[in-house]
Design a protein around this ligand. Structure first.
Ligand code: 6R9
Length: 635
C-alpha cells in the first residue's frame, strides 16, 4: 500500500487510520519516499499547542526549489512546468519548461543576491499573474529570502502596511497589469505606498504593459537588463526544515492584517501530498487553478504543490469575463485541461450567463473539478457538475485556510463519494473536531459546532510574523489544546463535514476574506463619519456582499447622502482596495449596542439580510428603540 497516492475508498480509510494512529511514521514515510533532502530529520514531530510550538522534520535540511525544479530536470527537463495564458487571447501562450524555469529562477535569484538580499530577508512581491510572479517567489526560496506576496488588487495603504509589518527590504513589481480591457498602474500604487516605507531600498520593475512610468533613480531598476547579465546557475541555499519560507497576510478581527508565517519542510511535504491526492494528479495532466498567487491557493496549488510533483501548472493572467464569458472554457479546450480548480463566486457568475458560453467548447479533457474559498451553494454545485463536468468529473470541495497552508478537508476523487455542499472527509493526518460554546467536544454525528483541529499537520502556519501572542490568542485560546479555525461546521450521519461559514468577524466576499474591523477603520477615518458597522448579506454572485451602517458626525448631517456614500467607498478603495467596497450604505442615528458597548452585529446582519421576523433577544441592548428605526429605513 502506498501512503502517497490514494486510489479507492477502502485505501483512504486504511491510510487515514494509519495517519492518525501513528502520525510520525506516516508523515516520515511520505517525506522519505518522495522528496530530496540534503540531510534527513532527527525527529518527525515535536509539538505543544499551549505555547503554541510545532516543529516538523526537525534537523532536516533541504531547499524547496531543488524539490520543485532541479530534481525534475533529468526526467522531465523539457516538460512544461508553467503554462502561461495571457490576458489577451490573441497573445500566444508561453510554455516554460522545467529547464527554462530552472534557468529563470537561478538568474532571478542571482539578481536578488546582487541587490544584497540574503537568507532571512523579506522581499515583497506585488505583481500581476505573469510568469515573473512564480519565478520571483521561487527565486526568493532559492536563496532563503522570505517572500511576502501582496495581491495586486490591494491599495497603496494596504501594501505599505504589509511592507512595514514584515520590514521588507525590496519590492518586486511591474509597470502595470492587464485586467480584461483595462490596465492598472501598479508602479504608481507602489510609488504611493513607498512614501511610507523607509525600509525599502530597492524596487525591481518587470515590463509588462509598456506604460510610461516614473523610475526613482537611486531606488528603481528595470528587471530585464539585470536578468540578461545574471549567471544561469545559482547554488541553492540549504535551509533548515523550520526556516521560514514565506509570509502571507490575511484579515483578522482587528484592523491590522495577520502575517501568517509558513516554514519549509512541512509545507512542502503537505502541499505536494495533498495536491497529488486531491487532484488525483498523473504525469501527463494539465492542471489549472484559477486563483491568484497573491492568495494562499495560488502559493500552495499553483506554485509549490504542483511543481513539487513535476506537474504542468497553468497561470492565467486575465479574468473569466474577457473577452467574453466563455474564456475559462476556451482555455480548458485550448490546453486540454485535466484538473480545473476555481472558486464558487466564479462559478455563480458564469452560471448566470448564457449556457452557450459553456456548450460551445469541448470540455472532454476534464477529469476532476475543484472549488475553494467559501461554501458552495447547491445550485452552483449542480451547474458545475452538469455543465462543466458533464456529470463525469468528481467535484472536490476543498476546505482550508491561509493558516492551514494546504487542503484539510476534501473528497479524494474517485474514492470519496461526493455530496453537494459537503467538503466531506479529512485528509490523512488531519483530525477535525466540533466544539460547543462551552468548550466541550461534540461527539457523534448529525451535529454542528465550531470547527477545530486537535493535532498538528505539517503545513500549518507556525506564527503570526512579529506577534506570537496574537497567534496564540487568535487560534489556540478559544479551545484548550486545539487549533480553532473560525469556521462553523456540520457533521452528517456518515461523518462528512459541511462548512457552514465564519463564526467570527470575517466576511467572505467573492472568496476574499474581509475583516469587518479594517473596513470600519477605513470608513471612520472619513471626516464626516462618527462610527460604522459592517455586516455581510447574501448575494447571488459574490456569496456575501457588504452592508454598512454609518453614523454621521454633525458636520456630515447636512451633506448629500449619495455623495457621502461615494466618498465612503472611495475611502475604502484607497485604504484597502476595491474588493472591500460596500454594496449598501445606510446612514443611521445610532447602532444597537450591548451594555458593555459591543455592537450587536447579529441584529444588523438580520436587518441587512431582510430577515427580521425573529430578531432574537434584544433585552440586553442599551438602546433597543434604535432597532425599529434602522429597520424602517433599511435598504
Ligand atoms: C483557501 C482559502 C479561509 C476561509 C475559511 C472558510 C472559507 C475556504 C472553503 C471555505 C467552505 C470551502 N473557505 N474554503 N468555506 N467551503 N471549501 O480560501 O483560504 O483565503 O484564508 O480563507 O475561507 O471560511 O476559514 P483563506
Amino acid at each position: 500500500m502506498s501512503n502517497y497516492h490514494i486510489k479507492h475508498l477502502e485505501e483512504y480509510f486504511q491510510v487515514y487510520r494509519k495517519s492518525v494512529r501513528n502520525p510520525e511514521t506516516f508523515w516520515g514515510e511520505v517525506a522519505e519516499e518522495h522528496f530530496l533532502w540534503r540531510k534527513k530529520w532527527d525527529k518527525v514531530l515535536d509539538w505543544d499547542f499551549t505555547k503554541p510550538e510545532v516543529k516538523w522534520f526537525e534537523g532536516a535540511q533541504l531547499n524547496i526549489t531543488e524539490n520543485c525544479i532541479d530534481r525534475h530536470l533529468y526526467v522531465r527537463g523539457n516538460k512544461t512546468a508553467i503554462l502561461f495564458e495571457p490576458n489577451d487571447p490573441q497573445e500566444p501562450a508561453e510554455h516554460i519548461t522545467y529547464n527554462e524555469l530552472h534557468r529563470r529562477v537561478c538568474k532571478f535569484a542571482n539578481v536578488l543576491k546582487s541587490k544584497g538580499i540574503k537568507k532571512g530577508d523579506r522581499v515583497c512581491i506585488y505583481l500581476p499573474m505573469i510568469p515573473e510572479l512564480a519565478v520571483s517567489v521561487l527565486a526568493c526560496a532559492r536563496i532563503g529570502a522570505i517572500h511576502s506576496v501582496v495581491f495586486a488588487g490591494f491599495s497603496a495603504t494596504a501594501l505599505s502596511t504589509r511592507i512595514n509589518d514584515c520590514d521588507a527590504k525590496m519590492v518586486i513589481t511591474s509597470d502595470g497589469s492587464y485586467r480584461g480591457a483595462k490596465t492598472i498602474d501598479l508602479k504608481g500604487i507602489v510609488d504611493d505606498a513607498l512614501e511610507d516605507c523607509p525600509g525599502i531600498t530597492s524596487v525591481l520593475v518587470v515590463k509588462r504593459i509598456n506604460s510610461d512610468i516614473q523610475m526613482k533613480s537611486d531606488r528603481d531598476e528595470w528587471l530585464q537588463p539585470l536578468l540578461d547579465s545574471a549567471d544561469e546557475e545559482c547554488i541553492p541555499e540549504i535551509m533548515d526544515a523550520e526556516d521560514p519560507l514565506f509570509i502571507l497576510y490575511t484579515s483578522g478581527s482587528t484592523g491590522k492584517p495577520k502575517g501568517m508565517m509558513h516554514t519549509t519542510a512541512g509545507y512542502m511535504v503537505y502541499t505536494a501530498y495533498s495536491f497529488k491526492n486531491v487532484f488525483q494528479y498523473r504525469e501527463d495532466d494539465i492542471y489549472w487553478c484559477t486563483a491568484d498567487i497573491g492568495w494562499i491557493t495560488g502559493h500552495s496549488y499553483i506554485v509549490y504543490g504542483p511543481l513539487a510533483n513535476g506537474a504542468t501548472t497553468v497561470m492565467f493572467e486575465g479574468v473569466p469575463s474577457y473577452p467574453d464569458f466563455g474564456r475559462f472554457w476556451d482555455i480548458v479546450q485550448k490546453h486540454k485541461i485535466t484538473q480545473f480548480y476555481t472558486a464558487p463566486t466564479a462559478i455563480r457568475a458564469l452560471a448566470k450567463e448564457n449556457l452557450d458560453y459553456v456548450t460551445e467548447y469541448d470540455l472532454s479533457s476534464l477529469k476532476v473539478l475543484g472549488t475553494v474559498g467559501e461554501p458552495i451553494n447547491e445550485e452552483a454545485w449542480h451547474w458545475y457538475n452538469d455543465h462543466v463536468g458533464e456529470k463525469k468529473c468528481p467535484i472536490v470541495d476543498t476546505w482550508w485556510q491561509t493558516e492551514t497552508g494546504g487542503i484539510l478537508i476534501s473528497p479524494i476523487p474517485f474514492a470519496t463519494p461526493t455530496k453537494p455542499t459537503y467538503a466531506t472527509l479529512p485528509m490523512p493526518g488531519v483530525q477535525p473536531v466540533l466544539m460547543d460554546e462551552n468548550g466541550s467536544e461534540i461527539a457523534g454525528n448529525q451535529v454542528e459546532g465550531r470547527l477545530c483541529i486537535k493535532f498538528p499537520w505539517p503545513s500549518m502556519a507556525r506564527t503570526i510574523w512579529g506577534n506570537h501572542k496574537r497567534y496564540r490568542e487568535t487560534y489556540f485560546s478559544a479551545f484548550e489544546n486545539k487549533y480553532f479555525t473560525g469556521d462553523g461546521a456540520f457533521r452528517d450521519e456518515v461523518g462528512y463535514y459541511r462548512i457552514t461559514g465564519r463564526v467570527d468577524d470575517v466576511i467572505i466576499v467573492s472568496g476574499h476574506n474581509l475583516g469587518t474591523a479594517p473596513i470600519e477603520d477605513a470608513i471612520n477615518e472619513h471626516p464626516a463619519v462618527a462610527e460604522s458597522a459592517i455586516v455581510g448579506f447574501p448575494h447571488d454572485i459574490k456569496g456575501n456582499a457588504l452592508y454598512g451602517f454609518v453614523i454621521l458626525k454633525e458636520v456630515g448631517e447636512s451633506r448629500d447622502r449619495d455623495n457621502l456614500s461615494k466618498e465612503v467607498n472611495q475611502q475604502i478603495t484607497e485604504r484597502i482596495g476595491p474588493i472591500a467596497k460596500l454594496d449598501k450604505i445606510q446612514f443611521v442615528p445610532g447602532l444597537p449596542k450591548t451594555r458593555s458597548g459591543k455592537i450587536m452585529r447579529r441584529i444588523l446582519r438580520k436587518i441587512a439580510s431582510k430577515d427580521t421576523s425573529n430578531l432574537g433577544d434584544t433585552s440586553t441592548l442599551l438602546n433597543p428603540e434604535i432597532v425599529q428605526e434602522i429597520m424602517d429605513n433599511a435598504l
